[in-house]
Design a protein around this ligand. Structure first.
Ligand SMILES: [Zn+2]
Length: 63
């Protein structure tokens, strides 16, 4: 049970903070929707301090 719960948490990949090369430390991030595509939505993570894009991900709407 604990193992499957950990896997599902990892799949969702909710990131609260990421290392920012501009701030030179881990910063809280803001998730922004960039594109709505038929195959899914594209999101990007931005540093809340300097606004740099730190990561991007695709989230599939329908399986
Ligand atoms: Zn930053």
């Amino acid at each position: 049970m604990a193992e499957s719960a950990a896997k599902s948490t990892f799949d969702k990949l909710r990131v609260a903070s990421l290392y920012c090369p501009f701030c030179r430390q881990a910063r809280p991030v803001r998730l922004k929707l960039l594109l709505c595509l038929p195959q899914g939505d594209k999101y990007a993570y931005y540093c809340q301090e300097c606004g740099a894009e730190l990561a991007a991900k695709m989230e599939k709407g329908e399986s």
